[in-house]
Every structure is written in structure tokens, then in C-alpha cells.
Design a protein around this ligand. Structure first.
Ligand code: ADP
Ligand code: MG
Length: 347
């Protein structure tokens, strides 16, 4: 459905999107994940035809649209700031796309009704946009992007400005919405939880390029480099020397399947447990002192200063959990660590 090759977009001398390749199959949800300023919005704007590329090719449905006008591309873009028409009704906002496409009045009406139903805003068509809540405006913006039934739906940080509860609710509703619309989705976010939970494939972006593209679980368990691992929130990431299937680190010697040499050892969130709870006796054990406890709803997160000088976080699901100041023994599960090539630890 979407095929982007060698796309480069620049603002003056500043290259915001740098020789990017990206594709998306029909009905696929691809999430572009990256920090602020890495070029996510620029990429979407270029695909929508709002930013002329310096180089590269954009094809939609097998058709080269690199030079096509935005309205000729039949893509939908929900902007980061919604950009609703503030003085118009909800229905007039949602009708905008189908009307621009020259749809008949009855079809426009049906598109508005169906799109509002998809975002659970039935009966809102006559309400002024200025008089509904921020969360409802977000849904109107979604409905407006969906209404012309674009072949590619692009969403730029669609949950960015919502409070936690509303964001979590939309996060569980969006897959149903995407499935109901059946369109290809390109979803941009700086939030790893959003990207990992919504995407068929995640593309991690850094400085205008893709650091890694893959299935969410694959990217999560096997980040391509230290940047991706850090951006996913994995910690600690330790300098390691691998020799004969053992990674020597400041924390412990950990059995790994990796070639000899300098490397980074990424400790995935599931790797550390209280030794008393651990099933696997084969992994290394470390000791330390609990320095903080954080209540996380269904479990407690304990921060442990290990005797090796490395801080670890361990989840505890049973009571009573150790208190700050208590000594604890921890087990490291070698199946939950990942070895990366050494190189960009500081970046
Ligand atoms: P993101 O959406 O990932 O936060 P953007 O695509 O908005 O990133 O921006 C990428 C880079 O391009 C940033 O360094 C930003 O400052 C710059 N940039 C974005 N829009 C413009 C513009 N209209 N003029 C000049 N520079 C811009
Ligand atoms: Mg942006």
C-alpha cells in the first residue's frame, strides 16, 4: 500500500528526514517511534504531500505520488495539534474531507454518521467544537481523518495531549477502530507503550533515520543498538566482555549466546527477581540493599543498590515485600538479557 524509498526532506540546510525507506502492507499498522525532533511529523507531512522531498520516491497502491498534490493522494492525516475548525460544528468538521472530495450530500451525511459512531460520538454532529472536551475533540479529529476513508490513515501523536485514563481507554479502543476501518495506518508517537501495543511493526526513528524496524516483540527483546534499548527504557545497559559464552560485567558474569569481544549487555525488565522467587537456579545471583519502593498498582517495584555498584529494579508481586534498608538476594535470568554490539553506549 505504501512504499517510501530513499526519502529525504530538508528545511534549508537541516536534513529532517534522511534517506528513509519504509513500507506498509494493506491493513497493516506501522508505528513510527522516536524522540521529539527526530523527524516523525516531517515524514508524515511529506507522505501527505505537504512537504516537498529533496530526494526519494513515495508510492501509494503501486502508484508514484511523489509529485502529486495532497488532495490527489487520498491519504488522511490527523495533525499533532488536531487543527479542528474551532467555529464549526462537530459534523461540519468531520464532513470536511468527503466534501472536499466532492461526495454527494447523502454520502457526506452517511460518512459523518459512520465516522462519529466509530469514535463513540453518535449524536455529537450538531455540537460546536468549542463546547466539547479535549478528549472529545481528539475523537472528532480522528473521525475527521477517517471520514473520507483514506487508503492510508496517518496519525501524528493522536493521544499526546490526553490525560492518562482517557489515553489508556483510547489505547485499548484504537485496534478495534483500525480493524473496523480496515485501512493501512501509519501512527507516529514518542511513547513506546503506545507503539508497542498498537503496531504490527514498529519503526524506531533517530535523527531522521530508522534505527530499527520490526515486530514489537522482536524490537523489545532484541533492540538493534544502545539507542533503541535506552529509548525503550531498558536498564541497566552494561559494558560487557564476552569470552567463551560468558559476558563479564560490573554486575555479574552472565551466560550468553554471543561471539567473543566487547559488547553491551541489556538487562530486560523480566530478568531480575528476588532469589527466593526465582525458578532458574542456573543464572547468577547478586546481593544488595533496597533503597526505594514504588507502588505500581498490581506490584511493587523495588530499587536495589547492588554490592557491585549497579542499580537494579525488581518487581515483587507478593506480600510482605522487603522494606528499604533490607538486604536482598536477586537472581538474574540469562534468558532475559540481550547482547548488543559495543559502540554507542554514550550516545
Ligand atoms: P518530530 O515530529 O519527530 O518531533 P519534526 O519532524 O517536527 O520532528 O522535526 C524534525 C526536525 O526538523 C526538528 O529538528 C525540527 O526542529 C525541524 N523542523 C520541523 N519543522 C520545521 C520547519 N517548518 N522549519 C524548519 N525546521 C523544522
Ligand atoms: Mg511531531
Amino acid at each position: 500500500m505504501l512504499e517510501v524509498t530513499g526519502l529525504t526532506v530538508a528545511y534549508g540546510a537541516h536534513v529532517a528526514v534522511d534517506n528513509v525507506d519504509l513500507d506498509a502492507a494493506r491493513g497493516e499498522v506501522v508505528c513510527v517511534l522516536g524522540p521529539s525532533g527526530c523527524g516523525k511529523s516531517t515524514l508524515l507531512r511529506a507522505i501527505a504531500g505537504l512537504e516537498p522531498p529533496v530526494a526519494g520516491r513515495i508510492a501509494l497502491g503501486g502508484q508514484d505520488v511523489t509529485a502529486a498534490r495532497p488532495d490527489e493522494r487520498h491519504v488522511g492525516l490527523m495533525f499533532q495539534d488536531h487543527a479542528l475548525f474551532p467555529h464549526r460544528s462537530v459534523g461540519e468538521n468531520v464532513a470536511f474531507g468527503p466534501r472536499m472530495r466532492g461526495a454527494a450530500a447523502a454520502d457526506i451525511e452517511r460518512a459523518v454518521r459512520d465516522s462519529l459512531a466509530l469514535v463513540d460520538l453518535e449524536g455529537f454532529a450538531d455540537r460546536p467544537v468549542a463546547e466539547i472536551s479535549g478528549g472529545e475533540q481528539q475523537r472528532v479529529a480522528l473521525a475527521r481523518a477517517i471520514a473520507p476513508r483514506p487508503r492510508l490513515l496517518m496519525l501524528d501523536e493522536p493521544l499526546g495531549s490526553l490525560d492518562r485514563a482517557l489515553r489508556d481507554r483510547l489505547l485499548t479502543e484504537l485496534p478495534r477502530l483500525f480493524a473496523a476501518v480496515g485501512t493501512t495506518v501509519l501512527y507516529v508517537t514518542h511513547d513506546q507503550e503506545e507503539a508497542l501495543s498498537l503496531a504490527d511493526r514498529v519503526a524506531v526513528m533517530r535523527d531522521g533515520r530508522f534505527a530499527q524496524i520490526g515486530a514489537p516483540e522482536a524490537v523489545w527483546r532484541a533492540p538493534a543498538d544502545g539507542f533503541v534499548a535506552r529509548f525503550l527504557g531498558h536498564e541497566p545497559i552494561l559494558a560487557a566482555t564476552v569470552r567463551g559464552g560468558v559476558a563479564a560485567t560490573a554486575l555479574a558474569d552472565v551466560p550468553v549466546e554471543a561471539a567473543d569481544g566487547e559488547a553491551l549487555l541489556v538487562v530486560l525488565p523480566g530478568a531480575v527477581s528476588l532469589a527466593a522467587d526465582a525458578g532458574d537456579p542456573a543464572g547468577p545471583k547478586v546481593s544488595g540493599e533496597v533503597t526505594a519502593r514504588r507502588f505500581a498498582g498490581d506490584h511493587l517495584a523495588l530499587v536495589v543498590a547492588t554490592d557491585a555498584g549497579v542499580e537494579l529494579t525488581v518487581g515483587v508481586w507478593r506480600a510482605p515485600a522487603p522494606e528499604p534498608g533490607e538486604r536482598v538476594d536477586l537472581a538474574i535470568d540469562p534468558a532475559e538479557v540481550t547482547v548488543l554490539p559495543a559502540g554507542d553506549r554514550a550516545s
